[in-house]
Structure formats: structure tokens, C-alpha cells
Design a protein around this ligand. Structure first.
Ligand code: AMP
Ligand code: MG
Length: 460
């Protein structure tokens, strides 16, 4: 049976994309296939033979294309970025009625490749696989990983590395940058078509372009609050990496915080700390302002767009407070107590994930603190704000396992040398993040001094 593609993006005006087949590779080999995800979208492994996953064969019904988009990269506007190393094979509608894109990332040069080789190295492909699947298991909206294959071809980075292709599944690959592309070209008809397409596909209950903006703002406020509640740092919140569907997308130098500190940055290319943990909500709002800007020709009334944007703060604050109240098992909404707790964690150099894990299970926390007395005092304070019944709920929101950066890096380093066992093991642990797994307890731990990862590179 051919894969039941049902492609809609390809019916948009031709300025939205360039037709582009994936570029075949020398010697594909399967690293991992996500059977659970395939089942979820109503397919199985037979729909995705290795040749298809590697880009060596175009399946029946696919309409491969590279999408056009623009974007602000670290604040600088680039009028044309686009899929420089990704090809959209098409869309499938799952048994749940949800339409999803199937894209090959690392599938070779396209019209949008500029100076790049269109390829991806094994490390970044498996990082995206691990972290996106972990995010999904943690309950965060995200693109998913359907499969990873190696290409049998080296890619030249600082050193030659094994090449790989990721098969990615997303609600769509529409980005804020997709709107910016047509806005920069002052193509109002294209903007209208795109806004209507995005609205109908993702927010059918929304009305018009303004309704679309409101829905995207609400989705982003929720998404960023979830990131904050898990200590997740995206690393490259450029407007081309902001999904209209509200999913986490484009995992580059992303990482989860070990020790809590609001200014934490992982990406080696983010020297100013623009995308530091604490800046993420402000940056999200800035990115949404860029989206609002592109809708001016459609909505006309700038005040309405500004009013929508100004609602982000409240939406985000409400979500943030809700999430941290649940993490702390608070009986009543106490924003001040949350702020006080986080400040204490920063002052004391407390491990973010272990802190919430331990209080959820009634385990001692004093050894996480520089001054154990602070822990004792905090516990007394906390006990006044919570109830014993809260513990069960806390266990459902405070993960035992997150993709610790040193574990991720170790798994990727091994995979680069052909050993996929650490990747498999980490992936398995992270598929059940809320369940204590005594046999895998070591994966709960933050890095020792000699395990600490100093910089996370974009690795494109
Ligand atoms: P990213 O940093 O992955 O979000 O990508 C930013 C832009 O650079 C997008 O337009 C990508 O398609 C493009 N890009 C990244 N890596 C490559 C590559 N190896 N070859 C061609 N284009 C690339
Ligand atoms: Mg990107």
C-alpha cells in the first residue's frame, strides 16, 4: 500500500516553495525507527522503507518541496532563509484527524541552501531525536522524530563527521518567518493565503488574521511556560524557529539546565545571552511582535494587533504560576512564594530537576544546597503552603528524568563513533520520565565536574 499522502501546502501559490526531491545518498543505514509514532499517525514501518527515509526514493503520493521563509536571526532580519537542508515529502492525516507534515532534514542542497551543504551530521540529528522525543514524553508540544538514518557519506564540519537524515513529523512547518518572507516582499495576496491556510489548519475556531494571531500568542505563552517549568533552554529562538502551530521546533544547541540559574545559556553562538533561560518569554513576545507586524496589511488596525500582543504577559504569567504552583503542590496561588523559592534555588546553586523530584517524593533536599540550613527553613515554610495529598499530583508534573546535557553529549559522541547503545539506553530512559527507574537512577544525576559540558554547538 502506498503511503496515504494528502498534501495541502503544495496547493498554495508557487512563491511559497520550490519543488525539490531529496538528494540520494551513498549507503543508507537505519539507526532508529519510531514505531509508536508511526502507529499514532496511522502508519507503520512498511510505509517508510529505508530508501524513502534516506531520500533515495520518492514514495508515491509525495510532492517533495523546500519551503520559503525569512527570519530574524539573533535580531537581524534575513529576507530569505527557507529549507536549506530539508525537504517536505508531504502530509498525512492520522486516525486522530490530525494533519501532519513528514519532512526529511539533512536531505541535500535546495534552492535555499546558500553556502550550506544541505546535510546534517549524526550528532545534531540524534540530539533532535532524543530531545524532541523526551519533550513529547514530558508533555510539551513538539515536532517528533519518526526515524534517523545514516547516509554513508561524510559531512565536513570542523572535522569530517558521519552524515545522517532525520525524518521529522510536525503539525506543520509554518513559522513566524514564513509570514515575514511574504511581508518583506510586500505580497499581500500571499500573506492572505498563508494566514487563511494557517488559521484553517491549526486554529479553525479562530476568526480572521487577528484571531490567528491571538491563537498563536496563546499557544506560545503556554509553550514557553512549559519550557520554563522544565528548565529547558531552546538556544536559538530566531523567528524562523517559532512554529505557528505552537510546537517546539528546530532543536539546535538546546539543553536542560542542571543547576538553577536564570541567566543560563548553552549555545556557544549566543555570546550575548539573548536566548538565556530567563529571557525566553520576552523573546517569544518579541518574535510574536514580528508576526503581528506581518499582519498589518491584513488587519489594518495596528491598535488591535498591539492589544493582542499586550495580552501575552498575562497569558504567560498565568501559565507560569499555574505550572510552578503544581510543581510545588501549592494549595493556593502564591506567586510570591514561587519567586522566593526560585531566588533561593539560584542563590544556593540547587539542581532544578532534582529539587522538585525530591520534594515530590519526600526525599531529603539539604545536600542540594550550599547551606543546608536554608533547606530546612524552606521546608518549614513550604509545609505551610502545601498538603500531603499534593504529592501524588506533584509526581505527575515533576520529572525524574530529563535529557541531562552530559548524557546527551556522551550518547552523541558514542554514536559518532558507531556505538548506538548509549543513545538507545538514554532514549528508553527518557520515554518514561515521570517513573522512578531504580536501575537507571544514575541518569537522574547532574554531571560531575569532569562530565560537565562546556559549550553546546549549533552543529549544523
Ligand atoms: P537553523 O539554524 O537550523 O534553524 O537554520 C537556519 C537556516 O540555515 C535555515 O534556512 C536552514 O535551512 C539553513 N541551514 C542550516 N544548516 C544548513 C546546511 N547544512 N545546508 C544548507 N542550509 C542550512
Ligand atoms: Mg531553523
Amino acid at each position: 500500500m502506498p503511503t496515504p499522502f494528502d498534501n495541502s501546502f503544495v496547493n498554495l501559490p508557487t512563491s511559497f516553495y520550490m519543488c525539490q526531491n531529496p538528494v540520494p545518498v551513498a549507503a543508507p543505514a537505519l539507526v532508529k525507527f519510531n514505531h509508536d509514532l508511526a502507529r499514532e499517525i496511522g502508519l507503520d514501518e512498511s510505509d517508510f522503507p529505508l530508501e524513502v527515509l534516506a531520500g533515495n526514493m520518492v514514495p508515491d503520493g509525495a510532492t517533495p518541496l523546500a519551503a520559503a521563509y525569512a527570519g530574524h536571526q539573533f535580531g537581524n532580519f534575513v529576507p530569505q532563509l527557507g529549507d536549506g537542508r530539508a525537504v517536505l515529502l508531504g502530509e498525512v492525516v492520522g486516525p486522530d484527524g490530525i494533519r501532519r507534515d513528514i519532512q526529511l532534514k539533512g536531505a541535500g542542497r535546495t534552492y535555499f541552501s546558500r553556502g550550506g551543504d544541505g546535510r546534517a551530521a549524526i550528532g545534531p540529528v540524534l540530539r533532535e531525536y532524543l530531545v524532541s522525543e523526551a519533550m513529547h514524553a514530558l508533555g510539551v508540544p513538539t515536532t517528533r522524530a519518526l526515524a534517523a538514518v545514516t547516509t554513508g557519506e561524510p559531512v565536513q564540519r570542523e572535522t569530517p563527521l558521519p552524515g545522517a537524515v532525520l525524518a521529522r513529523v510536525a503539525r506543520s512547518h509554518l513559522r513566524v518567518g514564513s509570514f515575514q518572507f511574504h511581508y518583506a516582499r510586500q505580497d499581500k495576496a500571499a500573506l492572505e493565503a498563508l494566514a487563511e491556510y494557517a488559521r484553517a489548519r491549526h486554529y479553525p475556531e479562530a476568526e480572521g488574521a487577528l484571531g490567528l494571531l491571538d491563537a498563536v500568542i496563546a499557544a506560545q505563552a503556554k509553550l514557553i511556560a512549559k519550557w520554563m517549568g522544565l528548565g529547558f533552554i531552546h538556544g536559538v529562538m530566531n523567528t524562523d524557529n517559532v512554529s505557528i502551530a505552537g510546537e517546539t521546533i528546530d532543536y539546535g544547541p538546546c539543553a536542560f539546565m542542571d543547576t538553577y540559574h536564570p541567566e543560563t545559556v548553552f549555545s556557544s553562538i549566543d555570546r550575548q545571552g539573548r536566548y538565556a533561560y530567563v529571557n525566553q518569554p520576552k523573546i517569544a513576545q518579541w518574535n510574536l511582535a514580528q508576526l503581528a507586524q506581518t499582519l498589518v496589511p491584513l488587519v489594518g488596525e495596528v491598535e488591535k494587533l498591539e492589544a493582542s500582543l499586550s495580552r501575552f504577559d498575562d497569558l504567560y504569567a498565568t501559565e507560569f504560576t499555574r505550572i510552578f504552583s503544581a510543581k510545588l503542590g501549592l494549595a493556593r496561588v502564591e506567586p510570591d512564594f514561587i519567586v522566593k523559592t526560585l531566588k533561593m534555588m539560584a542563590d544556593e546553586g540547587v539542581d532544578f530537576t532534582l529539587f522538585f523530584r525530591r520534594i515530590s517524593y519526600g526525599l531529603p533536599i539539604d545536600e542540594l544546597f550550599e547551606n543546608p540550613v536554608t533547606a530546612t527553613k524552606w521546608l518549614i515554610d513550604w509545609q505551610r503552603q502545601t498538603t500531603p495529598e499534593a504529592l501524588e499530583k506533584m509526581k505527575a508534573v515533576n520529572p525524574v528524568f530529563i535529557p541531562r546535557n552530559h548524557r546527551v553529549e556522551a550518547a552523541l559522541a558514542a554514536a559518532t563513533h558507531g556505538d548506538f547503545a548509549p543513545f538507545e539506553q538514554l532514549l528508553a530512559v527518557l520515554s518514561r520520565p515521570f517513573e522512578p527507574q531504580p536501575e537507571n537512577a544514575i541518569f537522574e544525576n547532574p554531571p560531575n565536574d569532569d562530565e560537565r559540558v562546556l559549550a553546546t554547538f549549533c552543529g549544523t
